[in-house]
Design a protein around this ligand. Sequence first.
Ligand SMILES: NC(=O)c1ccc[n+]([C@@H]2O[C@H](COP(=O)([O-])OP(=O)(O)OC[C@H]3O[C@@H](n4cnc5c(N)ncnc54)[C@H](OP(=O)(O)O)[C@@H]3O)[C@@H](O)[C@H]2O)c1
Length: 248
Amino acid sequence: MKLLEGKTAIITGASRGIGRGIAQVFAEQGANVAFTYSSSVEAGNALEKELKDVGVNAKGYQSNAASFEEAQKLADDVVNDFGSIDILVNNAGITKDNLLMRISEEDFDTVIEVNLKSVFNMTKAVQRTMLKQRKGSIINMSSVVGVKGNAGQTNYAASKAGIIGFSKSVALELGSRNIRSNVIAPGFIETEMTAKLDEATVKGWREGIPLKRGGTPEDVANACVFLASDLSAYVTGQTLNVDGGMLT
Ligand SMILES: NC(=O)c1ccc[n+]([C@@H]2O[C@H](COP(=O)([O-])OP(=O)(O)OC[C@H]3O[C@@H](n4cnc5c(N)ncnc54)[C@H](OP(=O)(O)O)[C@@H]3O)[C@@H](O)[C@H]2O)c1
């Protein structure tokens, strides 16, 4: 028996990186997958085909997670196309790193809107459907940086810490309706986002991690399967660090 058989998942930001890994692993576990991206239409089309080849229902949507209206439309479209929404993975995220001295107001606001407001937008958009179904699992992608802070990432760390507070509050508000809300805080996961870093920094990070390697999208996806599936039926309001022991 596959762990997500018959469930429909929305995954934001799945054209590449961690989101793509989650979409692939969810499909292997039998989930029907609705996923979004911002601009990568070709990668989105390729992923849609790849997921359908696994034998599940899949569709990619170009949708800006930072837009309240687009999030609402996306949730409506997914209900029309798939019939239900059982799992929401708020994964879409960006970085615009700079020291506080140099960071612009625009770069602060953009990161908060794409990383944090998007979580509000999407959670609100799926809430009615999950309430009607009397079940749902929401998984929000934070970061170890949201737990610990990081020099040069005030905007990103604030957005990722905000996700943890939001997610715990949703767990308290919607627990009585069997809607669970949890956070994953990945450490150093090797994707395009981290490929922007210089090799010396990357080498230093790998050496500092107790498991002595960067994580893969699949490492994060496997933790998402646990939180999305009924295996975690009694787990809500939690933050799971998927970081090779980095924060230990
Ligand atoms: N990589 C790490 O080490 C790491 C560590 C901790 C946490 N995280 C978090 O994990 C998540 C995924 O990271 P990643 O490394 O996989 O990033 P990535 O490779 O840069 O991919 C980001 C994804 O988000 C999408 N996206 C960006 N802005 C969007 C928007 N406004 N609306 C909808 N989709 C949008 C992108 O779509 P397009 O392709 O169309 O641009 C892409 O699919 C992020 O929330 C990130 O903060 C990553």
